[in-house]
Ligand binder design. Sequence first.
Ligand SMILES: [Cu+2]
Length: 252
Amino acid sequence: MWLLERLNLPQQAPWGFPENASTHGGEIDRLFWILTWFSLPVLIGIIGFIVYCLVRFRRAEGRRASYITGFRASWVTWLLVAVLLLVELPMDLLSEEAWAKATMKFPKPEESLFVQVYAEQFAWNFRYPGGDGRYGTPDDITKINQMIVPVGKPIVCVLRSRDVVHSFCVPNFRVKLDVMPGATRRVWFEAAKPGKYEIACTELCGLGHYRMRGFVTVVSPEEYEAWLTEEAQELEEYGPGDDVRKWELWQG
Ligand SMILES: [Cu+2]
């Protein structure tokens, strides 16, 4: 242990998961472990079988390889059994609920905060509806690579891409969704604790892919309201920034 202390390694194991900061992240992690442990005996079985065959049927004097031709009906049965055991059981029975909750069952719109996310080479653009609650009006708040959300409120990200396929990923929230040009896709999360969490593009989207990095700052509801007021005041004082023009172009 003294060596570990001397090395001054990070508190959290670098090979583990990033800290979970969302309400549904725990379920996703559980799912990961279920699938991992489920796959382990399968992996051992397959490798064991390969090793057995390598030894048992190795080259020997006078031994000829046998060739199987044609088709046997029993193969279909074996295939179905394998699919049932290895795909249906882990996917449907064990993981469907957590997966559905994370990707399909969205929170009620009246209880959620909607943030528009526009991906482009190579930045994340965020837009908030502002005081009137409507997009495409002069009080919209726009941000580049910076998202601010209140803790404990469902956040629905409405994702679009301007050019190529990007992928919106916030590892601490266990959120990831591909963003395709021409499609509008949604993903949601609820931050469980305040902090600053990294947003990464997890789809190689061009030469500048590496700098497609942003941050979600999770604050208390009061701080969030204060931020909105501050942004509104800034808008009044200086007018909308250049990036608002981009949003106008994208709206069409
Ligand atoms: Cu990208």
